[in-house]
Design a protein around this ligand. Structure first.
Ligand code: NAI
Ligand code: MG
Length: 489
């Protein structure tokens, strides 16, 4: 195979003064059909089968994506294994250069990534543009910096890469999750076989084009598409050394069972049902913004979403009144419009799951409140929703809905709210709103949650480790901790 040695031309103009108008999507280069990215090139799937990916806001088909079977997975793993011999031996400094280059190329094509992310997955363009894409680039920048500092990160130890990492990611932050997975694996000298989720493969495939153009040695990153069966083939492949999975708790448990007894390493980032706790001494208007951002960001398709609101009784009336007023101002609609706050639900299946929970919540006796916005006739949309007077035993309080649905409970004492916040199978994140630093420290030490935000919510940074307790999974991504799952000592 010929080596691509051409240096990419870099352009650092990533600041957009405006979001693209819908007609700008004409200039986005999308192919009709996408193949598998294996060993540095796009190849047809063994089965010759393709599946459609849709725009959930219009229900229109955008493109066809290859379905990888066991044989394709094996070809990708073999390419990654062969590449590992070289990649793990090149100097750390060289490795870093490649990762920096990927980061810069993402910045250069930021607009294209943002529009495709929004078209394929339904999230508001403002979020893809200002959060997902810049954070994905930042993740590569951050881990590029670690490549030649591993011995400093783990003094008196000799960190070594594991080999081939199999990585399976979900549909809620498609490009960003690819960055979370690929960047630390490459920085530590591993090679990768990554599978995006079946409803949102396009930005990962765009990333594959960019990786090809970056000159990264062939086979270091392989991106293959497909659904659960393809994921299972990755999990079961005997020559994979590590599985990194983000997705539902049910699939996470299946993966854990499937690899029991093998020497594969595993990290699982699963569901959540975070408590967002508002004390009477909190800055109320800021807290209301934090509640809105906590649950309505990315239509609530967020594993760390603040989906259970706890308000101290003395301020409950005012907080709920202000929250309802604020919900009235949220614009639900065309994800490509820069004024949209809440875009489309990712898929028909996810919308019916959410609608089923709306039914369950009403049957259980919680009071439903929805904003009075109208929703488009076509596409998958859900009005921002509250379940008031919810109780701890309700299924809508205990189970992950993964939509723009917030349960509301009140509390009197700090002991009571800690007890209720922790009394749940999940433990990924939590939020605390108060004017008192001592209360924040008290809560952060007692809440069983991997991330606790104080007087803010849903803030992400590559330097900060992220991960859960209990059924939210194990292992950390991000920061120095995010290097460890890809190393042996
Ligand atoms: P899922 O867990 O089935 O999908 C996540 C990824 O796993 C996708 O790439 C999928 O193709 C792959 N996958 C599916 N079955 C697999 C298997 N047996 N072996 C290996 N890989 C497999 O999630 P799904 O069905 O799309 O969503 C269902 C619910 O899961 C959501 O309603 C939400 O509650 C939760 N979820 C949580 C996420 C999180 O970030 N915590 C992300 C996605 C979903
Ligand atoms: Mg899609």
């Amino acid at each position: 195979m010929t080596k691509k040695t051409k240096e990419p031309k870099l352009d650092f103009t990533t600041d957009w003064a405006y979001a693209p108008a819908p007609e700008d999507t004409k200039h986005i280069s999308l192919k009709k059909q996408y193949d598998l990215f294996i060993n540095g090139e796009f190849v047809k799937p063994n089965s010759k089968k393709y599946f459609a990916t849709y725009n959930p806001a219009t229900e229109e088909k955008i493109a066809e994506v290859a379905e990888a079977d066991e044989k394709d997975v094996d070809t990708a793993v073999k390419a990654a294994r062969k590449a590992f011999d070289k990649w793990s031996k090149i100097s750390a400094k060289e490795r870093g250069k490649y990762i920096y280059r990927i980061a810069r190329l993402i910045q250069e094509r930021a607009r294209e990534f943002a529009v495709i992310e929004t078209m394929d997955g339904g999230k508001p363009i403002r979020e893809s543009r200002d959060i997902d894409v810049p954070l994905a680039a930042n993740h590569f920048f951050y881990y590029a910096g670690w490549t030649d500092k591993l011995e400093y990160a783990f003094p008196n130890r000799t960190p070594k890469p594991l080999g081939v990492a199999g990585q399976i990611i979900p549909w809620n932050f498609p490009l960003l999750m690819a960055a979370w997975k690929i960047a630390p694996a490459l920085a530590t000298g591993n090679t990768v076989v990554l599978k995006p989720a079946e409803t949102t493969s396009l930005t990962a495939l765009k990333l594959a084009e960019l990786i090809r153009d970056s000159g990264l040695p062939d086979g270091v990153v392989n991106i293959i598409t497909g659904a659960g069966r393809t994921g299972t083939a990755i999990v079961k492949h005997p020559d994979i050394n590590k599985i990194a999975f983000t997705g539902s708790t049910d699939v996470g448990k299946m993966i854990q069972k499937a690899i029991a007894g093998t020497d594969k390493k595993l990290t699982l980032e699963l569901g959540g049902k975070a408590a967002n706790i508002i004390f009477e001494d909190a800055p109320i208007d800021q807290a209301v913004e934090g509640i809105v951002n906590g649950i309505f960001f990315n239509q609530g398709h967020v594993c760390c979403a603040g989906s259970r609101l706890f308000v101290q009784e003395s301020v409950a009336d005012v907080v709920i009144r202000k929250l309802k007023d604020r919900m009235e101002t949220l614009i639900v609609g065309d994800p490509l419009d820069k004024n949209t706050d809440i875009g489309a639900i990712n898929s028909k299946e996810q919308l019916s799951k959410i609608n089923n929970y709306l039914k369950i919540g009403k049957e259980e006796g919680a009071d439903i409140y929805q904003s009075s916005c109208s929703i488009l006739g076509k596409g998958y949309f859900c009005k921002p929703t509250l379940f008031l007077n919810a109780s701890q035993s309700h299924r809508v309080v205990q189970e992950e809905i993964f939509g723009p649905v917030l349960t509301v409970q009140t509390f009197r004492t700090i002991e009571e709210v800690i007890e209720k916040a922790n009394n749940i199978p999940y433990g990924l994140s939590a939020g605390v709103w108060t004017d008192k630093g001592s209360k924040i420290f008290n809560l952060t030490s007692k809440l069983r949650a991997g991330v606790v935000w104080a007087n803010t919510y849903n803030k992400f940074d590559p330097t900060s480790p992220f991960g859960g307790y209990k059924e939210s999974g194990f292992g950390r991504e991000g920061g120095l901790h995010g290097l460890m799952p890809y190393l042996k000592f």
